[in-house]
Design a protein around this ligand. Sequence first.
Ligand code: NAD
Length: 487
Amino acid sequence: MTLSFDPDQITLPIGHHIAGAFVPAKGELPMRRPSDDAAYADCPIADAGIIDRAVESAQNALASSGWGSCQPRDRTRALHKWADLIEADAPKLGKLEAVASTRPIAQIKDGDIAITAEQIRFFAELADKEGGLLAPTRDDQMGFVATEPYGVVGAITPWNFPISMAGWKLAPALAAGNAVVLKPSEMTPFSVMRMVDLAVQAGIPAGLINIVQGDGMTTGNALTGHADIAKVSFTGSTAAGAAIMGNIAKTGIKSMTLELGGKSPQIIFADADMDKTAAAVASSALANAGQACVAGTRIIVAAEVAEELVQRVQTLLSQIKAGPTWDAATTYAPIISNKQLDRIDSIVQAAIVEGATALIGGARLDAPGCFYAPTLLLDVAQDSPAVVQEIFGPVLTIQTFNDEAEALRLADHPTYGLAAGVFTRDLSRALRVTKALQAGTVWVNRYGRSRDHILPTGGYKSSGIGKDLGREAYHANRRSKSVLIDL
Ligand code: NAD
């Protein structure tokens, strides 16, 4: 059976999801499909009244179900069931994901959906294993640190991996005993609606997950500023993260996890395994067409192997199969919108005007949707916009170095510190460089996340505050209470 499907035959859930039920709403924000740039739906905008309803629903669900105070294993069981249903629903869920987003249908079932189900199971298992701490106090006292859920968490996600990003937010928050009101990106609002239907089927109490649709200005502001949202968990751009910090500061103090933008370097030493390195470098432009927060788009390579690496990467970047996300043969994704396509191209053209050379790419692909050619930019200066700005597209810059100190100087970014890669067979050098890099994640002789969900992800500098994944994400969804008893 082919995975390909007709995008016009998909029924789109246009509305919110509150108290376990679909709440139809009038579409207001025009949406276009990235794959063919066709206008196909309008996204509703939840106003403050809808946010009030969603938060109240979350509070009621917490109170009536005892989700935050029950035997933790009960949460574990429900979350495992949810993960099973999500995997089993791949034929339907995958289409809702592919129709709106940049995710090719052939990559969703075993990629986005399978990984999200695994991550839900990972957090489910923490619910009855991660506890507080007995404090070493005087013998006639007892001190301990208890942890408790926050209550209602407000979550906001971006468009680049809609199912995965929703899973990152929902799974730890729920496992830790909270309810959630989540706002997905206004460009990819559909797949998470199906995830909530499946959660209710799995026995996760109705109203524990609520979805509100809309933009940042109206819906996002109302959500992050709501007095009864105890914690905000956000993934998106650094600019929006800063706006959210400002909004929270205006409306009250609350805990925040911010997973923000990046401009990550990959440092390649002359002794690196060139086959493996070239594949890792190319995948930063090819995977989701470079629209990944951790994409390692700044290639910093030892001068003596630069030509060889560039040739190998160029060959890999020439072998793309671009097409609509609903075609099972597609492996190379579209760009999310024409606006973003224009932005990518304007940064590339500005770099070329400043003296860079596009060895390949440097232009849109001649295709009906929003496609940009994989691009390799040579001769870029350290202050070129292509090196400094997060392009969020399939554009790699190549810079060369002569020694380790120069490599580290080039790798350091003035504002971002999300991830970095190091390729070398010299263990001492790998560890020395790893220590020196200002990044929340360092991959050595590989680039990209594995299925080791125990490893948290998050940024240094303006790439964020706090972590998703790992035990850290679970604990970020609980607050601690210190108790000291005189015996
Ligand atoms: P974006 O910041 O434009 O939007 C992200 C979400 O925030 C959307 O739901 C949007 O509606 C909402 N939003 C925007 N302004 C807001 C505001 N003032 N208040 C509340 N909500 C607001 O980002 P995007 O274009 O959807 O996604 C791409 C960005 O996300 C990139 O910068 C990428 O690096 C980042 N990202 C980071 C990670 C990570 O783990 N660090 C993961 C994925 C994406």
